[in-house]
Design a protein around this ligand. Structure first.
Ligand code: ZN
Length: 178
């Protein structure tokens, strides 16, 4: 577990609320992975671009599954400000600052890792705070899926270590010697 605790206690009380949040998380992940795939294509890393596209379609399938699971349950149409996310950051914020035009695989994977960890923390919190056993069981299932995503990204990070300082310097400028 990460040491950082959610700043705001959230409580998800209904299955509809849980599914609406889960769907938003998947949708968010899907868009993030597509963006990262584009970045990796621009960065001439077709292997990672392909991988991010696979992850995107994986999240897309999850999003569709959540909708079909909702079945007749009407999902609340949440505005981002109405999401009961842990902490104050919405999942989408902050990290987009990291989207550098020369983003390396390491940066892309760091961004993915943080998003997956946040999704894990969200469902973990629901598991620990849910009163309803049904709700708890569903949240557990979502949490386990996120745990797998975290592990997957962590394994990839072993293959793509942090770049040396200076990774973002402009190659067109002559190197300064001292
Ligand atoms: Zn995930």
């Amino acid at each position: 577990m990460t040491g950082k605790q959610p700043k705001v206690l959230i409580s998800i009380e209904t299955e509809a609320e849980l599914l609406a949040h889960a769907h938003a998380i998947e949708q968010d992940a899907l868009e993030r992975y597509r963006m990262l795939a584009d970045q990796m294509e621009a960065h001439n890393n077709p292997v990672l671009a392909e991988l991010f596209r696979e992850l995107a379609s994986h999240e897309e399938k999850h999003a569709a599954e959540i909708l079909s699971r909702a079945g007749n349950i009407a999902l609340p149409d949440l505005r981002p400000s109405e999401f009961k996310w842990p902490g104050v950051d919405s999942p989408e914020s902050a990290e987009l600052d990291l989207a550098h035009y020369k983003m390396t695989p390491w940066h892309a994977l760091q961004m993915a890792l943080r998003a997956e960890q946040r999704a894990f923390a969200f469902f973990d919190h629901v598991v620990n705070s849910a009163g309803d056993p049904n709700l708890k069981a569903w949240a557990e299932e979502f949490r386990d899926e996120e745990a797998e995503h975290v592990e997957l990204v962590e394994r990839l990070l072993e293959k793509y270590p942090e770049p040396e300082p200076g990774w973002d310097e402009d190659d067109d400028l002559p190197a300064l010697q001292d």
